[in-house]
Design a protein. Structure first.
Length: 231
């Protein structure tokens, strides 16, 4: 009986999220030409932060989950690039966030959030009127030289997973007609031309039922996130 009620609670949460997503205005994405055959793509270390959502609704960071999600996404992204007949390279996870490379990854996080604000949040940015293209700047040319790459693939993921106590609270809330968030995960990705710094493609996805902490879940999540990527 408890499992049935819990399943109903999860279904209720997913239906609510889907309804909100459908209500959001979506802008038509510009058509992007596929990458040239056998392009050299540097898969940047995914920036992943995952947390446990407590009964009180407070996120408690979980480093073990974040590392598992990071490594699973990185492997899935590399496999996707290789499957599309491109040449991939990756970063050393132990040093990826250090020095100039780490600065570029964090810059991508900031720029990516601005793109989300414009495309999904509908925010009008006055500084964008005379700059139709998004870019990370010419500083990314350092990556092209250091890693012998034509493009770089960036991914940023954030999310939380409900604790058992939080799930129990959601069941009680469902009975009482009160919606209690159960957490969720999302990510955005950018494909960057390392010759110019221009972001040639940007994608966003929610995890849905895919759990990036598991290898199979990361594969499914990457498939959704990269569904329209010009690889």
């Amino acid at each position: 009986m408890l499992k049935r009620v819990f399943a109903l609670a999860v279904a209720f949460v997913l239906l609510s999220v889907a309804t909100v997503a459908e209500a959001q205005p979506r802008r038509r994405e510009p058509r992007v030409e596929p990458l040239p055959e056998h392009s050299r793509v540097l898969v940047m270390q995914p920036d992943v932060q995952l947390a446990l959502l407590t009964a009180a609704g407070l996120p408690e960071p979980r480093e073990d989950w974040s590392i598992a999600g990071r490594d699973n996404l990185a492997r899935s992204l590399a496999a996707l690039v290789e499957r599309e007949q491109h040449v991939y390279s990756t970063l050393d996870p132990a040093t990826a966030m250090e020095g100039r490379v780490g600065q570029i990854i964090r810059l991508h996080d900031v720029v990516g959030q601005s793109i989300l604000s414009e495309r999904i949040g509908g925010l009008k940015l006055p500084t964008r009127r005379n700059a139709p293209d998004w870019t990370l700047g010419e500083g990314v040319q350092e990556l092209a030289t250091a890693y012998n790459a034509d493009y770089a693939l960036f991914v940023r993921a954030r999310g939380s997973y409900a604790s058992g106590a939080r799930a129990a609270a959601a069941i009680v809330g469902l009975v009482a007609g009160v919606y209690i968030p159960m957490g969720g995960q999302d990510a955005f990705a950018s494909l960057v031309d390392l010759r110019t710094g221009k972001i040639v493609w940007f994608g966003y996805a929610t995890a849905g039922g895919s759990d990036m902490r598991e290898a199979d879940g990361a594969i499914a999540f990457v498939a959704e996130l990269m569904r329209r990527a010009p690889l």
